[in-house]
Ligand binder design. Structure first.
Ligand code: G3P
Ligand code: MG
Length: 245
C-alpha cells in the first residue's frame, strides 16, 4: 500500500469548511493528493460527511444527525459562517457518494474515517463500504478505512476485506499492537500529542505505517518525520508539505 506523506484533514479544515466539497477542493488546491474525512449515517441511512453528532457546529441548522433525514440536513448551510463568514455560503453537507465523485474527478485518494453515531458502528461501515464498492474506480489509490471503533473496523473487514484498515487512537494503549493486529489493521493512526518515537518504531517493527493527526505545527511535522512517521494528517496540508519538503 502506498501511503501519501500528507493527507488533508476533513478536507483542508483551516482554509475551507470541514467535510465539504469545498474542503476537498481546497485540499487539492493546496497540493494534497489524499484527504481524510468523517462519515456518519442520516436518519434515512445515507452516508454523509460530518464529524459531530449534531449539525450545530458546522452548519446554520440544529439537531442530531441520527434524527435528521438527508433532506433535512441538506437544508442547512454548511459554509461554517462562524469561521468563514459568507465565503462558502451555499455549501451543503455532502453525501459520501458525491464526495467520491469529486475525488475521482480530482484524481485524489482518501482515508475514510467511519465515525458512527452510537449504536450504528457496524451499519455505518456497511453502508459506507457499499458506496465505495459501487463508485470507486480501480485506477485510483485503494482507500484506507479507519475508525476509533472496533465494531466499525470489524464490520469494514467483513464488508470489504480487501480494503486496508487503519487503527485510530488518541493515545495508543498498552496493547495497541495486538489490538490492531486482532482487527487486521494495516496502519496505525495515533494522535500527535502522546505519540513517542518508540511507538513509531514499534509500529514499523510490526510492519505497520504510522499516520499521525492532526499535525498543523511545522516544527512538530519536521520532528515527527524525523521519527519516521509515514504520513501527517493536517488541517493545513499545503503548509505542512512545505515545512517538510
Ligand atoms: O482520522 C484522524 C482524525 O480525523 C481523528 O480524529 O476527531 O478529527 O475525526 P477526528
Ligand atoms: Mg476524522
Amino acid at each position: 500500500m502506498r501511503i501519501p506523506t500528507i493527507i488533508g484533514h476533513r478536507g483542508a479544515r483551516t482554509n475551507a469548511p470541514e467535510n465539504t466539497l469545498a474542503g476537498l477542493r481546497r485540499a487539492h488546491e493546496e497540493g494534497a493528493t489524499w484527504v481524510e474525512f468523517d462519515v456518519k449515517l442520516t436518519r434515512d441511512g445515507v452516508a454523509i460527511l460530518i464529524h459531530d453528532e449534531t449539525i450545530d457546529r458546522t452548519t446554520d441548522g440544529t439537531g442530531a444527525v441520527r434524527d435528521l433525514t438527508l433532506a433535512q440536513i441538506r437544508r442547512a448551510d454548511a459554509g461554517c459562517p462562524a469561521i468563514f463568514g459568507d465565503r462558502f455560503k451555499g455549501e451543503r453537507v455532502p453525501t459520501l457518494e458525491e464526495s467520491l465523485a469529486l475525488l475521482r474527478d480530482l484524481g485524489m485518494g482518501f482515508n475514510l474515517e467511519v465515525k458512527p453515531c452510537p449504536g450504528l458502528e457496524a451499519e455505518t461501515s456497511r453502508v459506507a463500504l457499499a458506496v465505495v464498492g459501487r463508485v470507486w474506480p480501480t485506477g485510483l489509490p485503494v482507500p484506507l478505512i479507519s475508525s476509533f471503533k472496533a465494531a466499525s473496523l470489524e464490520a469494514a473487514r467483513a464488508a470489504a476485506p480487501d480494503l486496508p484498515r487503519g487503527y485510530l487512537a488518541e493515545r495508543l494503549e498498552d496493547d495497541w499492537i495486538s489490538r490492531a493486529r486482532g482487527l487486521g489493521c494495516a496502519t496505525i493512526h495515533p494522535g500527535f500529542r502522546h505519540l513517542t518515537r518508540a511507538q513509531v518504531e514499534a509500529a514499523h517493527a510490526a510492519g505497520m505505517p504510522v499516520l499521525v493527526w492532526t499535525v498543523n505545527d511545522p516544527a512538530r511535522a519536521v520532528e515527527l518525520r524525523g521519527w519516521g512517521a509515514d504520513s501527517l494528517i493536517s488541517d493545513v496540508p499545503g503548509a505542512i508539505a512545505a515545512a517538510i519538503a
